[in-house]
Every structure is written in C-alpha cells, then in structure tokens.
Design a protein around this ligand. Structure first.
Ligand code: TYD
Length: 135
C-alpha cells in the first residue's frame, strides 16, 4: 500500500544573509508546473479543502506559520502538520484532502500540474469513495 503522506525535502541555499529555496520544474517539482496559487489570511477556525482531484497533482509548501492536512485515499487517512518552508507535501490525484488548524500567519503556496478546472474536482465525499476502486 502506498504511503499517503509524501514529503519532498527542498535544499536551503543559505548564506550569512539568510535563506533561499529554488524550485525548478521536473527537478524539484516532479511534474510540469501549470499553475501556482497561495492561500493566506485564513480566518479563525476555518477548514478548507474537502475535495479530491481526478487528474491534478500538487505540491503544497507552508512558507509561513502552520496548518494541518488530513489526506484520505478512500481506505486510510493520515495527517501531517506543515510548518516549515523547506518541505513540500506532494498530493497526487484521487486523494481527498482537508486543511485544518491554520495559524493566523499561515501562508500556503500550491504548485499545481493543471490549470484551474472545476470539472477536475470531486467535492462530494460519497462520490469520491465510490470513484475509488484500487489504491
Ligand atoms: P477552493 O478550491 O474551494 O479552495 P480550497 O480547496 O482551498 O478550500 O477554491 C475557492 C474558490 O476559488 C472557488 O470558488 C474556486 C476558486 N479558484 C479559482 O478560481 N482558481 C483556482 O486556481 C483555485 C485554486 C480556486
């Protein structure tokens, strides 16, 4: 059974001025990058996500603050807290995700393999469960 939480460690290019991380398509990010978006100023006690994607995969980086992710492949659930800019959470297609416990200063950068396409989303959990036949 595949592990649900797939973490990619990014190299920190630091010097005495501070830190820098560079991400290049097909090197640090294992797909063609089609879109980048960021989530910030999330209000208190808000949870987000609650969907899976049919095709899209993404890498999520918490560049500031912290946030908890729950991933679910239809058979098992795992959770992970993102709180450092030098790791990326790789979420492949057909994974249900929820985001909870955003810190006030949380900034998430999302690097996606596809353009925005609402028809790629599965936003109903029962539909997601029915769509899963194998891991
Ligand atoms: P949504 O997917 O519901 O956010 P989350 O999964 O983080 O809870 O997106 C919120 C709104 O923004 C929704 O109306 C769709 C829109 N949206 C775009 O127009 N383009 C995008 O690239 C994304 C990610 C969302």
């Amino acid at each position: 059974m595949n592990k649900l939480i797939k973490i990619i460690n990014f190299k920190i290019l630091g010097d005495n001025r501070g830190s820098l991380i560079s991400l290049e398509k097909n090197i640090d990010i294992p797909f063609e990058i089609k879109r980048i978006y960021y989530i910030f100023d999330t209000k208190n006690n808000v949870s987000r996500g609650y969907h899976a994607h049919k095709k899209l995969e993404q890498i999520i980086i918490c560049v500031k603050g912290s946030c908890k992710f729950i991933l679910d492949n239809g058979f098992q659930k795992e959770e992970v807290t993102l709180n450092t800019p030098d790791i990326g959470l790789h979420i492949k297609n057909n994974i249900w995700r929820e985001m909870h416990d955003f810190s006030q200063d949380c900034v998430l950068i999302v690097i996606a393999s596809e353009h925005y396409d609402e028809s790629d989303y599965i936003r109903d959990y029962d539909t997601f469960k029915k769509s899963i036949t194998t891991i």
